[in-house]
Structure formats: C-alpha cells, structure tokens
Design a protein around this ligand. Structure first.
Ligand SMILES: [Zn+2]
Length: 259
C-alpha cells in the first residue's frame, strides 16, 4: 500500500492551512437545486452532498465533523449548484485569516445541461466533483496522483476517496494550523525535503516495518519470562520448607520432598 500524501500542494504561504479544531462541527448549508423541474431531483442531489460529507467525516477519523444548517447566514461552508462550464466542473472559493485558519468556503457544483460535458451526466461523476470541492473547502490542494479524488483534471470513473486522500486529510488535521514545514520538522525531529517526506518518515517511525516486527518478535522476552516465573515458584516451595509452615502431610510431601 502506498502511503504517499500530497500535503505539499495543500500548504498556503508555506504553512498548514485548515479549519481550527474549535470550529468543529463545521456548519454546512446545501442550497436547493432549482434547475430541474423533475420531481425528486432536489432530494437526489442533496443526498449526494450528504453522502460526500459523511465520507470525508469518516475519512478524517473524527477530526472533521459537519452540522447541516438550514440558513445561509448560519453556515461556514455553502454549497450551491450552477450550470457546468467548459473549463471547470466545480469551484471552491475559500478564505483564511493571518494565522492560516480557514473561516469560510463557497462551493459551486456544475450540473450538465446535457450539451457540454455529456459524460458528466452520471450521478457518480457529480459525486466525484462534490467530494473534490469539499476536499478544497477542508483545505486540501490538488494531488499529482490520478487515482486520488483531489487529482485534476477530473478523471472519470474515480468515484471514491483513495487511501492517499484519507491519509492526507488526517495528517492535515494532525498538524497545528499555521506551522511551517521546518517548524513541523523540528517539532517532530524528522527531516525531509518537503512535508510529504516528513509525513512518510513519521508514519514509518510509528508503524514498524515487517522486518522490524519479526526482529522484535525474536527479541521478545516471553520465553525468559516463563522461566523466571518457574523460578519464583521454586523459590516459594523453598521458603515454605524453610519456615516449616504447619501444613498437612500430603501438601508437605508435595512441596518439600516429593521423592
Ligand atoms: Zn480542484
């Protein structure tokens, strides 16, 4: 399994940029879909967004949580729909403060009118765009790896988060917001050319390789521990004999002089 993250592309001004932990749960407003007169379309697109939010929330392992709100005024992130453009299927505009803390994001999801981007009519591909743009709203940049949801341009058929997407989000939210790469390096005493190399070394440091695991098993003191316990038992027998404790003849025989 590859464990390569793409945090380097997610830095802003060379620093970690993300929502502060105190912002959780992030309030999220989903605008109603109003281009389709067909019944049920609004419900269908809303479900796609809810599924994407759930997917990112689970991927973050509890570090990112969302709360749906019914008013645009109460939300930190808004998601709206627009007619798809030739250049981009979706957009995300986000704002962050001087400490690199995100404080608002506007997501726009393109919906095909059936004329341009006809391949994009599928629900799965809309789901891909929703996942991708919410990824940006959480602070993720683009991935250079084609199998990732954060890869650009839109790769048809990629309709789930990869392990790399999940790992990148988790590490983004493990690091303190606003830190530079060299601050992270010195804090963790791990050095690398970029943040992703540092993350890889931190993962290796925390998860011993197969070779390390075998080496540790061989070194394991389990057998010696057993022997030691036997010795303690012997010692107890010896003590009993010395103290000449009053015990029944049968037990005395067993402990003191079994022969
Ligand atoms: Zn993008």
């Amino acid at each position: 399994m590859t464990k390569k993250t793409y945090l380097q592309q997610s830095l802003r001004n060379g620093r970690i940029m993300r929502w502060a932990d105190s912002c959780m749960p992030l309030t999220f407003f989903i605008a109603p879909m109003c281009f389709y007169s067909k019944k049920g379309e609004d419900y269908k697109y809303r479900q796609i967004v809810l599924r994407a939010l759930d997917t990112w929330q689970k991927a973050s392992k509890g570090r990112v949580t969302f709360a749906i709100v019914n008013s645009l005024n109460d939300s930190q992130i808004n998601l709206d729909w627009k007619r798809v453009e030739r250049q981009a299927l979706g957009h995300c505009y986000f704002h962050f403060d001087a400490q690199n803390r995100l404080y608002s994001a506007e997501v726009k999801i393109g919906i095909s009118d059936g004329v341009i981007h006809q391949g994009y009519m599928s629900e799965d591909e809309v789901y891909h765009t929703v996942l991708h743009e919410i990824g940006h709203a959480l602070g993720l940049g683009h991935s250079p790896f084609e199998t990732d949801i954060m890869y650009t341009p839109h790769k048809y058929g990629v309709v789930a988060l990869s392990n790399q997407d999940k790992l990148t989000l988790q590490w983004l939210y493990k690091f303190q917001v606003g830190l530079t790469v060299s601050e992270i390096a010195s804090k963790n005493s791990v050095y690398g050319n970029d943040i992703d190399e540092i993350v890889l070394k931190l993962i290796e440091k925390n998860e011993p390789s197969e070779f390390e695991k075998i080496k540790n098993e061989l070194k394991s003191p389990q057998k010696d521990l057993l022997k030691e316990q036997e010795n303690i038992a012997d010692l107890k027998k010896y003590n009993l004999a010395l103290q000449n404790v009053k015990i029944s003849e049968d037990i005395r025989k067993f402990f003191v002089n079994p022969s």
